[in-house]
Design a protein around this ligand. Sequence first.
Ligand code: FAD
Ligand code: NAI
Length: 474
Amino acid sequence: MSEQYDVVVIGAGPAGYIAAIRAAQNGMTVACIDEWKNKDGKNAFGGTCLNAGCIPSKALLESSELYHRARHEFKSHGITTGEISMDITAMQKRRATIVRQLTGGIAGLLKANKVEGLVGHGRLLAGRKVEFTATDGSVATIDATHVILATGSAPIELPIAIFDDANIVDSWGALEFTAVPKRLGVVGAGVIGLELGSVWARLGAEVTVIEAMVDLLSMVDRDIANVAAKDFKKQSLDIRLGAKLTAAKVNGGAVDVSYTDQKGAQSLQVDKLVVAVGRRPFTEGLLADDAGVQLDVRGFIEVDHECRTRVKGVFAIGDCVRGPMLAHKGSEEGVMAADLIAGETAEVNYDVVPSVIYTAPEIAWVGKTEEQVQASGRKFKKGSFPFAASGRAKAMEQTSGLVKIIAAEDNDEILGVHIIGPMAGELIAEAVLAMEFSASTEDLQRTIHAHPSLAEALHEAALAVDKRALNYPN
Ligand code: FAD
Ligand code: NAI
C-alpha cells in the first residue's frame, strides 16, 4: 500500500470496482477499499450485488424455475421422468460457488488492472485524505487527489419487525435459507418481494405477500402490471394489496404477523418472514465531521448530475446517491466519474436506465410508462404484440405477456418500451439501444429481426404503433 494515490475508491460493489478499473485504465494510480464480510466470515469484493443481491438471487431464480418447469412443463413436451425432487443443499452450494467464483474474479480484475484492493474500512477526512483501517486493526492515512465514494445501500429495517436472522430476515437471509419454509410471509411486493417470493413458492412454500400500496407494481406500466398480477395469481403467490404491516412477533418457531387492510385488522402466522420494504443509502462511519460532504434529507450523499459532491475532487456514485438502486446505474456512474477525473467528457443518460424484474415471466422496461406520458401532456401513439402470437414463444411454451411501445405522435420518437414475457430482461437491450440513439418506431420497423425469435415481438409492436403489424390483427 502506498501513502498517495491519484484515486481512492471506497466501496467495491458494481459502482466502486468499475470506477476503480476505469480510473486505472485512464492511467491513474488507484486503491479500492472494501469491508464486505460474508456470512462465513470471509471478506469478498463485489458488494451487495455479487454477494447478497443480483447474482445469488438470479442463481436461485434459475434453479427454482428449472425445477418448476421440469414438474409442470416437461409432460407437454413428451418428456417423462421419475419423481422430481429438489436438493436445497445442492442448490445453495451452487449459488455459493457462483458467488465465490465471481467475487474472486473481481479480485483478479483489480489486480490485472493494477488497482490496489485494500480490505478494511475507509473513512473520508478533510482535505481529500482517507483513513484506512485494515482488518488487523492497523490504521493508515492515505492522500488522495480524487476520492470516489461508493458505499452502497442496506435493507430498511422496520422497528415493528426487527431482523433476528432466524425467523424475521432481510433479503440476504432469504437467499440463504437451508430448507423450504412451509409458510413464508413477505412484507413488500416490490422487486425483492416478488423475486424471492417466486423462488420459494416454486420450491413449495406457501407464500403470502403483504403490500401497502393498493396497486401492484405501481412504477410499472398498467397494461404490464395487470398481466403480472394474473400470472402471479396462477403461481399461487398470495399478494394482499393495500395491506400495511402493523406488527411482527416471533412466537416459538413461527412469526405472528399483523396488518391492516380495507377491511380492518388482519393477522396471519408464518414460519419465516422476509421484510423487503426498500433499501436505504449506507454511509455509516464514512464521513469525518469536517469531511465537507453533505447528505440529503433521506440520507443519500448529495451530488450533482455528474456525481460531484460539494467537495472538489470527491465524487459519489451508485446506491448511496439519488436515482434507481440498480447495479448497472452505479457502474455507469463509476465510468463517468473516472472519465471526468481523467479530464474526458462523460455523462450518464438517466432517461434510459433499463429496469428488469426477474420473475416468470420477466418484466422489463425503459423510458416512460403510458401513465407518465399521459401526465406529461405529450400526444402519443402506442402498439403492442402478444407473445401468444410469437412462434418462438410458442415453441418455448412461454406465451404469456406482451411487448408494448409508446411513441410521440408528432415525430415518432420512442418514449417507452415495456415488456412482460420470456427473456424480457434480454429483449429490453434492443429498446435501450434504440432510445439511446433517439430512434423512431420507423427505425425499429425497418430493422431486420431474425425469425423465429422473441425479438420479432419488438418489431411487430413497433409496426403496431402505426397499425401495420403483419403477424397480428391491428
Ligand atoms: P454495493 O453493491 O452495496 O457495494 C458497496 C460496498 O461498499 C459494499 O461491499 C460495502 O461493504 C462497502 N462499504 C460500505 N461502506 C464502506 C466503508 N466505509 N469502507 C469500506 N467499504 C465500505 N440490481 C440490479 O441492477 N439487478 C438485479 O438483478 C438486482 N438484484 C438485487 C437483488 C437483491 C436481493 C438485492 C438486495 C439487490 C439487488 N440489486 C439488483 C441492487 C444492486 O445490488 C445494487 O443496486 C448494487 O449492488 C449497488 O451497487 P453499489 O456499488 O452502489 O453498492
Ligand atoms: P421496493 O422499493 O422495490 O419495494 C418495497 C415495497 O414494499 C413497495 O412496494 C412498498 O410499497 C412496500 N412497503 C413499504 N412499507 C411497507 C409496509 N410497512 N407494509 C407493507 N408494504 C410495505 O424495495 P425492495 O423490494 O426492498 O428492493 C430494494 C431495491 O433493490 C429495489 O428498489 C431495486 O432498486 C433493487 N433491486 C433490484 C432488483 C432488480 O433489478 N431485478 C432485484 C432486487 C432488488
